[in-house]
Write a protein that binds this ligand. Structure first.
Ligand code: KG4
Ligand code: ZN
Length: 339
């Protein structure tokens, strides 16, 4: 029997302080996420300075807890994987510097991971005996900062075929939630409100980009803003109106994401489609894509869609296995691309 490869994954690119231990790229031994949601909620969005300070406070206890829950010590680890971009510079710096210090102190190899690649690898974590994803994959990566259609041709080999031309899907969810007074983060709040609403209550526009696989969400966002202004002209929104707007908005976002993803799955004849990123937790998106896509659609459980250390450890395993190592001069790259 070959010995297990255990990777400690560290993720601090945005507002979650996270660490996890994953075995052989697929077996989740522990997954600790300290959310800063409450800290940023009162500002209606992430305050970068507060985020990095909170990472500094939480990162070591979070790592200790990840090792404790996994029941492993430093000597049981094979390597440390850490997100070095894209993300907020001050946030990334905390994870990268802690990872470098620990790698040096404990004599462990270090692997630098692209956050978006991590989101894709969340699909590798085994859940109830789920099989390993088949390559090539078409990945719809939808988060607070990205909306990309990317072909994953092999491990570590990506080709972006589409992107958002303006807002990211998650950003649109967050802005509309704020507009409706639903709080932060917006995605889960819109999803919850939409459950009581009628998705056909208000006709909202879908961006028509005929050629290629790009997205655009700013027209929809502006139209939703105008609708809310118009309705507020005759008094505060009722709970039913909020639910109907949330449902109509969510349906429009899902329509656009599903249309391009299904079109690209056909055009590139991929055997499988994978969802990744925080917005991949959206129930309506998951249902509709599964129903309408000509090939099987896979997605991680909601807790592995939003930022976490397990996805970084999983991605780290495949890079570690390929012989990749980062030096102690590893630096953060806030606009790192996945290609
Ligand atoms: O991947 P992620 O945790 O962080 C980034 O890398 O950006 O994604 C966060 C985004 C937020 O915009 C949040 O509102 C959105 O994912 N999100 C959702 C849902 N859960 C999180 N959007 C729609 N439906 C959800 N259930
Ligand atoms: Zn993310």
């Amino acid at each position: 029997m070959t010995p297990s490869v255990r990777i400690l994954g560290i993720e601090t690119s945005c507002d979650e302080t996270a660490a996890a231990v994953v075995e052989n790229g697929r077996i989740l031994r522990s997954n600790v996420v300290a959310s800063q949601e409450d800290l940023h909620a009162r500002y209606g969005g992430i305050v970068p300075e507060l985020a990095s300070r909170q990472h500094i406070r939480l990162i070591l206890p979070v790592i200790d807890e990840a090792l404790r829950r996994a029941g492993v010590g430093w000597a049981d680890l094979s390597a440390i994987a850490v997100t070095y971009g894209p993300g907020l510079v001050g946030s990334l710096l905390v994870g990268v510097n802690v990872a470098k210090a620990l790698a040096f102190a404990k004599g462990l190899p270090l692997v630098g991971i692209n956050h978006l690649e991590g989101h894709v690898y969340a699909n590798w974590i085994e859940v109830d005996g789920s099989p390993e994803p088949q390559l090539p994959l078409l990945c719809l990566i939808v988060s607070g900062a990205h909306s990309d259609l990317t072909l994953m041709l092999d491990h570590g080999k990506f080709r972006r075929i589409g992107r958002t031309r303006d807002d990211a899907a998650g950003e649109a969810f967050d802005k509309v939630a704020r507009l409706l007074g639903l709080g932060f983060p917006g995605g889960p709040a819109i999803q919850r409100a939409a459950e009581m609403g009628n998705p056909e209550a208000y006709p909202l526009p879908r961006a028509e980009i005929r050629e290629g696989w790009d997205f655009s969400f700013s027209g929809l966002k502006t139209a939703t803003l105008r609708l809310v202004e118009r309705l507020r002209g005759s008094g505060p929104l009722t709970e039913q109106q909020v639910a109907d707007i949330a449902a109509s908005f969510q349906e429009a976002v899902v329509d656009m994401l599903v249309a391009k993803t299904v079109g690209a799955a056909r055009a590139f004849q991929v055997p499988q489609v994978a969802l990744a990123g925080g917005v991949a937790a959206n129930r309506r998106l998951r249902e509709r894509l599964r129903a309408e896509c000509p090939v099987p659609v896979i997605y991680p459980p909601p807790s592995l869609c939003t930022d976490n250390g397990a996805m970084i450890a999983a991605a780290g395993y495949f890079r570690f296995r390929a012989g990749e190592r980062a030096d102690l001069d590893l630096d953060v790259v806030s606009n790192l691309k996945l290609e």
